[in-house]
Design a protein around this ligand. Structure first.
Ligand code: URP
Ligand code: ZN
Ligand code: ZN
Length: 462
């Protein structure tokens, strides 16, 4: 069915430009941008006066289905994609995470089947590689041919999702051959295991000890490890959830030495710190994730690096586990607390409130780190990540005057707590369009489950 939208009076903000102009959308694609365009007959007119008009935001690190630590994440594409669009995220890339003995191809089909026909936003996957053998290689080639141009490796979580060094070497080699980027969770698994055992043997069992089992040097070593393996083959790499100065500095050194490395940080590391995981009566478990929340002194460094473009992208690593029934599996042993701080719905409002409103992040970097650069790194640009003629009409009309508070009582994520409970926000999406179709309005889902499409991504796009 033919559909037309006309967005007038808004201020369009791209990563590299800003203009007062109208936008014409036809059948989900932006077809005209200009001042005083004539309004076609029978089209939906959206008045964006007093609002910014941003390209739809992209979250490149999301877990929706994740069997992990003896349990499984709570969201489905029903809840997660609603949460995404209400928060301004119109495309997400989920981590497909097979277990050590699972068929990669079967896992890929399973993860994809959970999104297709249900997601309200567009989606893709990073393909997890828990082991590398002849079957895994053949599966990975098939998965890349199906439109996946990024792998995911875990240097942590040994015996579960983690990949050994021989596997890492071979994965890097294949990725180079296929023109695929390798995203990686960088923490030294053996160091963590030793530190966990030491802490537990000393009777240190509460959530706050999680940090001490994974100090910054454990992450920095992981980044160095990854960069070394990448350098051998010349593979493009991307460090997910980079949490602290130490590991960013190692990544930047590698970049200076010619490694093709991109750096992601998370909203949680900018808004929370390790004292959250020290909250009494086991409340700290809500803030247990890996790498852990860091000392507050890291935050200025991370904001600066993000503003300067040294850190490339801002994601969530959304991994939703309930407090009751899941996080409390680790009441007597912090190593059993499922890791993750759900944030899919709150990323952009928090980034705006804590970043743009405080002057830590300029409005163009806001768009770039959460949309444009992400689209470029993962082969989605210029279909996504920009308000330009020919691009998909994924559009966020942002109300900078909105004032409100975050609460688990009103969020769409299928989770029994919010890490941002009671926090105030200044600004939010007033309207969100996914390929021209209404997806959210002022905190309410207005979209259609199943409208989201699988995005085929070509390798060798760099
Ligand atoms: O704590 C986290 N990050 N949970 C999700 C799994 C992962 O490591 O990304
Ligand atoms: Zn991770
Ligand atoms: Zn993750």
């Amino acid at each position: 069915m033919h559909s037309t939208q006309f967005i007038k009076n808004g201020e369009i903000v791209n990563a590299d430009s800003r203009q007062q102009a109208d936008i014409l959308v036809e059948d989900g694609v932006i077809t005209q941008i200009g001042r005083d365009l004539s309004v076609p007959k029978d089209c939906e007119v959206i008045n964006a006066r007093g609002h910014y008009v941003f390209p739809g935001f992209i979250d490149p690190h999301v877990h929706i289905h994740l069997p992990f630590m003896g349990t499984c994440t709570k969201d489905t594409y029903d809840s997660a994609s609603k949460a995404a669009v209400v928060g301004g995220t119109t495309t997400l890339i989920e981590m497909c995470c097979p277990g050590p003995d699972e068929s990669l191809l079967d896992a890929y089909k399973l993860w994809k089947s959970k999104a297709e026909g249900l997601s309200a936003c567009d989606f893709s996957f990073h393909m997890g590689v828990p082991r590398f053998d002849a079957q895994a290689e053949s599966d990975l080639r098939q998965i890349v041919a199906d439109g996946i141009s990024s792998f995911k490796v875990f240097l942590a979580y040994k015996g579960a999702l983690g990949l050994d060094d021989e596997g890492l070497y071979k994965t890097m080699q294949l990725a180079k051959e296929l023109g695929v980027i390798v995203t990686a969770h960088c923490e030294n698994a053996d160091l963590i295991a030793q530190l966990q055992q030491k802490l537990l043997s000393e009777g240190k069992t509460g959530p706050k000890w999680h940090y001490h089992s994974r100090p910054p040097m454990v992450e920095a070593e992981g980044v160095h490890h990854l960069a070394t393996f990448a350098a051998v083959h010349g593979t493009h790499i991307y460090t997910v959830h980079t949490s602290c100065r130490e590991s960013v500095e190692v990544a930047l050194q590698a970049r200076e030495q010619g490694v093709q490395i991109w750096i992601e940080t998370l909203i949680q590391y900018l808004t929370h710190d390790k004292t959250d995981a020290e909250k009494p009566r086991f409340q700290g478990a809500k803030f247990v994730m890996s790498p852990p929340l860091r000392d507050r002194s890291n935050q200025d460094y991370l904001w600066n690096a993000l503003q300067q473009g040294l850190i490339n992208t801002l994601a969530t690593d959304h991994a939703p586990f309930d407090f009751k029934g899941q996080k409390d599996m680790g009441r007597d042993d912090f190593t059993k607390i499922p890791n993750g701080i759900p944030s899919l719905e709150d990323r952009m409002t928090m980034l705006w409130t804590r970043g743009v409103c405080t002057g830590k992040l300029d409005i163009h970097r806001f768009v770039e780190c959460a949309s444009t650069e992400t689209a470029k790194i993962f082969g989605l640009f210029p279909q996504k990540g920009t308000i330009s003629v020919g691009a998909d009409a994924d559009i966020v009309i942002w109300d900078p005057k909105y004032r409100g508070r975050i609460s688990a009582r009103t969020h769409h994520m299928n989770i029994d707590y919010s890490a941002y409970e009671g926090q105030s926000i200044k600004g939010r999406p007033a309207r969100v369009l996914v390929r021209g179709q209404s997806a959210a309005e002022n905190g309410k889902f207005t979209g259609q489950l199943g409208h989201g499409r699988f995005l085929k991504r070509e390798p060798n796009h760099f």
